[in-house]
Design a binder for this molecule. Structure first.
Ligand code: BEZ
Ligand code: FE
Length: 282
C-alpha cells in the first residue's frame, strides 16, 4: 500500500529532532497511528470520542491516581514494554501498578508484617542470585501487597500506610525472608473512563492475587516483578496482562516447627520459596 502524502509528511516532520531516538520513536508512532486510522476507517465522531476519553483521563489524574498508567496497563502496553525491555536471562518482570510507595521502611530480614490482621500466614523466602546461580551481595527487596480485604493502604483508610510493605536488605548469601499473608484478587479502579471502557468492552476488571517486588543490587539491572499464587482466580485472565509463567508459585502448606515457633504460629501456614535472578549491568 502506498503511504499517503499526509502520513509521509507527518513522519518526516520528526526526522531532524536533535535526539535521533526521539526522531525514530516519533516517526514510528506516527506511522502506526496513521495505519490504525486508515485501516479502521476511523470516523471524525470516533476520533472526537477518543479525544474526550483522553480529556476525561486527564481530569481524573492527580499525584495519587494516574488514569493514563491504568490505560497503558489494560491495553497491555505496560506489559509489552516489560517484555521488549527485559534483559535476557533474568527473572521475568511484571507491572509496577499504582500502589508502590517510595516511603516503605527498611525492616530487618525475617520481619513479621502481619501483626494481628486477618489473613492466611505465609512465609515468603528465597535468594537473589546472578545468572550463574551465585548469590548477589547487597541485594535489596522492596515488597508490597494487598490486605485480606483485597485493598491496598491507599484505598483503605483503616490500614496503616505501611501495612504489608517493607524493604529488606538481603544477607551476604543473597537470602531474604518475611512473614506476610496470602494476597487476594483485586479489581482495578473502575470509577474513571478506563472503568467505563472495560465495562463497554465486557472485560474483566480483576487481577489475580499477587505480591509485588522490586529487586535491586549494585551493578545489576533492577527488577520490577510480581509473584502469583498457583490456582489463583483470574490467573488466566489478568486484566493488565501481568502474569508470566515463571512467576506463578505454589503456596505450600507447611508445618515447619522452627518457623512456626519463630513467628508464634499455632497452625500450618503457607510457605513460598522463590529465587530471583538479576542480570549484570553492561
Ligand atoms: C495492581 O497490581 O495493584 C495494579 C496493577 C495495574 C493496574 C492497577 C492495579
Ligand atoms: Fe497490585
Amino acid at each position: 500500500m502506498t503511504t499517503h502524502p499526509v502520513t509521509q509528511a507527518a513522519m518526516s516532520s520528526f526526522a531532524s529532532a536533535s535526539d535521533p531516538r526521539l526522531a525514530q520513536v516519533m516517526t514510528l508512532l506516527v506511522k502506526h497511528l496513521h495505519a490504525f486510522v486508515t485501516e479502521s476507517k476511523l470516523t471524525k465522531e470516533e476520533w472526537m470520542k477518543g479525544l474526550e476519553f483522553l480529556t476525561q483521563s486527564a481530569a481524573i489524574t492527580d499525584s495519587e491516581r494516574n488514569e493514563f498508567s491504568l490505560l497503558s496497563d489494560i491495553l497491555g502496553i505496560s506489559s509489552i514494554v516489560d517484555v521488549v525491555s527485559q534483559p535476557v536471562g533474568g527473572t521475568s518482570s511484571s507491572v509496577l501498578g499504582p500502589f508502590h510507595s517510595h516511603d516503605s521502611r527498611l525492616q530487618p530480614n525475617g520481619i513479621d508484617l502481619t501483626g494481628d490482621q486477618a489473613g492466611d500466614r505465609t512465609w515468603l523466602h528465597g535468594c537473589v542470585l546472578d545468572q550463574q546461580g551465585q548469590a548477589i551481595e547487597n541485594a535489596e527487596i522492596d515488597f508490597w501487597q494487598n490486605a485480606d480485604n483485597g485493598l491496598y493502604p491507599a484505598q483503605d483508610s483503616a490500614q496503616d500506610p505501611h501495612n504489608l510493605r517493607c524493604k529488606i536488605k538481603c544477607e551476604a548469601d543473597g537470602s531474604f525472608n518475611l512473614l506476610t499473608i496470602r494476597p487476594h484478587p483485586y479489581t482495578v479502579p473502575t470509577d474513571g473512563p478506563v472503568g467505563a471502557l472495560l465495562a463497554a468492552s465486557q472485560r474483566s476488571i480483576w487481577r489475580p492475587a499477587h505480591y509485588h517486588l522490586i529487586v535491586s543490587a549494585p551493578g545489576y539491572i533492577g527488577l520490577v516483578t510480581e509473584l502469583f499464587p498457583q490456582n489463583s482466580e483470574y490467573i488466566d485472565n489478568d486484566t493488565v496482562f501481568g502474569v508470566r509463567e515463571g512467576l506463578i508459585v505454589p503456596f505450600v502448606k507447611s508445618s515447619n516447627t522452627e518457623i512456626a515457633q519463630r513467628y508464634g504460629l499455632d497452625h500450618p501456614f503457607y510457605e513460598v520459596r522463590f529465587d530471583f535472578k538479576l542480570v549484570k549491568q553492561a
